[in-house]
Design a protein around this ligand. Sequence first.
Ligand code: MLT
Length: 327
Amino acid sequence: MPFHRSPLRTLTALGAALFTTLAGAQGWPSKPITLVVPFAAGGPTDVVARLLGGAMTTSLKQTVVIENKTGAGGTIAAGAVARAAPDGYTFLIHHNGMGTAPSLYRKLTYNPLTDFEYVTQVVDVPMTLLGRKDLPAKDFKELLAYLKANAAKVNLAHAGLGAVSHLCGMLFRQAIGVELTTVPYQGTGPAMNALLAGQVDLLCDQTTQTTQHIKAGSVKLYGVTTLQRLKTLPDAPTLAEQGLPGFQVVVWHGIYAPKGTPKEALDKFGAAIKAALKDPAVGPKLAELGAITVSDDKLTPAGLQTWLQAETQRYAPVIKAAGQFAD
Ligand code: MLT
């Protein structure tokens, strides 16, 4: 028997089609946008994402939902975003881990250089080498002596292979020639909680999380990982000036979307990030936490792409020499 649509069903279908067309014509964004953070809530990447997301929710008139997708040093989140629908509603904030993962992981489920659209770089963030408050060493010189004498019982927290806390810890161990036991967490948010609770001894982490704890005196600060001292922590010596010449780890952040995401969404999300960085409630707060907004040439898709390519090549020999890999 032939199928006849009732007039009511035809009208309903026409209405639905019209609604879809109108929603599309309204342009992007017409629903909440997800910004995936590859580490735990409360940590430094999360701090940057939530500050930006708050301002962007206002400017885009749609909620920017922060989703913490943890695991495997940020590679689980990056893989999930690479495979997400390229509809303009999923973005990723990630750091140096996008450049180190291809050398660290033998079986990476995505290619950082080909599976994403690039939106922009965001901020650069220095790191700090911290100890638990009651660690016996009162300064860096004493720390070195303490580590050499107690290597077997000292542990260093980090956020997994691919995390910058791991990279910093690995470079530090190499520089001082002492093997330390490492303890992985799902992000440096929980790693910092463990340090504050005295459950781990050392953590190298970004100033976007550590500044408040350093200022409160709840951790010991042994040095900063930039070549120059920081304006925000002027009394803190660099590791380079304390006997580790050239020791430098600066964390850079980029925003990515799945390959094929519409240009309108990429352009508008990028413009909203730039506006958020200039927002009086965001820019000064980030600066107070030691974050530095990148120069205008890096605040572009090409700026991020070129930087990622260079970083991927730069890290490959360093990681090969360190010989730390995962499947
Ligand atoms: C975090 O947000 O937890 C950190 O960026 C992790 C890391 O050390 O890379």
